[in-house]
Design a protein around this ligand. Sequence first.
Ligand SMILES: Cc1ncc(COP(=O)(O)O)c(C=O)c1O
Length: 437
Amino acid sequence: MFVNDLDAYWMPFTANRAFKKSPRLLAYAKNMHYFSAEGRAIIDGSAGLWCANAGHCRASIVEAIGAQAGELLFPPPFQFGHPKAFALASRIAALAPGDLDHVFFTNSGSEAVDTALKIAIAYHNLRGEGTRQRLVGRERGFHGSGFGGTAVGGIGANRKLFGCLLAGVDHLPSTYDRAKQAFTKGEPEWGAHRADELERIVGVHDASTIAAVIVEPMAGSTGVLPPPDGYLKRLRSICDKYDILLIFDEVTCGFGRLGHAFAAERYGVLPDMITFAKGVTSGTVPLGGVIVRQPIYETFMDGPEHAVELLHGYTCSGHPLACAAGLAALDLYEEEDLFARALQLEPFFADAVHGLKGLPNVLDIRNAGLSAAIDLRAKPGAPGKRGYDAMDRAFHNFDLLLRSSGDTLILTPPLIVSEAQIDEIVEKTARAITAVA
Ligand SMILES: Cc1ncc(COP(=O)(O)O)c(C=O)c1O
């Protein structure tokens, strides 16, 4: 018998039991708001999950998805193609800096990360440097939920239940030190020297065993850690010195969050690969991918022409619905100049969020682009409880959707947010923080 209760669905990255006692159900959405089934408007302080950069249910994206659904829904992506996958790859390559000219599509950020890590190892293999197999991530990094991404990720709680993950993975230290950086607006001055830890890792393992370093330019999921001034440039030059590939995981940073198409542009650093997802379709249809520099792509384009060059891919890589949504989202970003808008709103957003300093239990506030995080003091003996309660109260009592990660609250509104809506989001966040004091 069919029973429509909440039990069957095992929700991802969710406190299932607490949710099912007091569900936060979202029925529909428009622009800056979600709505409950009863029609209660909930302002979106998180672009869903760093996704809906153009806002919700924008007409042109909805129409593009509908039109595509009536035209073509499943062309096999292996050995066959459809026009929109090529069109979208070209558009993304044109947005990416330097010779980041080739795009491999996946369905998620996790798949994008695992793809980039595999490409890095395979690339070195093809160049006759098959000993380069080690991967270097960073403490507090988040790179999705695949085995590769979990292995290079640096959030201990996400790793500890899952055994040894990948062999041969090391981690840079986090760039964060509250004593040196608390309440900095934007990128902190302190911390560039933490890139030099890569030299130490090279010393331990030897460069000839290291394939790639992967970092989020700004660590997002762990709670918005903007890179210290000069840190990414230093990492780039050490990678260059040892022929180590540098991968920027831009799943949260990409598509305008930091005021540019990619954070690589904001920080003036050209990585060898960029992973993306989320904002590429404004979160409307699952899509991710890896943008690869020309010489890496060329390395694979060898051997007999009838042979598959990279034995890797996904049944729904570059799905037509996702590509149609992606093209429409990129059109909107361009027409409404949303990346520049994020940059322009950054000082107003930063001032508003830093205005929360002094509220009970606020230990630090950080921001970059249209993203910010507020660290709250943990309740004694109950880490994560204050953050959870603040998120829950924000939703049920104050009509605000925000994200909590442990005891950190994260604000990443859609890029269409107005100044008045920023004030509203911050004021409701203040009420939630006060409610859990
Ligand atoms: C930096 C980063 N990489 C990868 C991922 C994984 O993306 P997905 O959940 O689409 O697999 C995320 C998700 O939040 C992310 O923030």
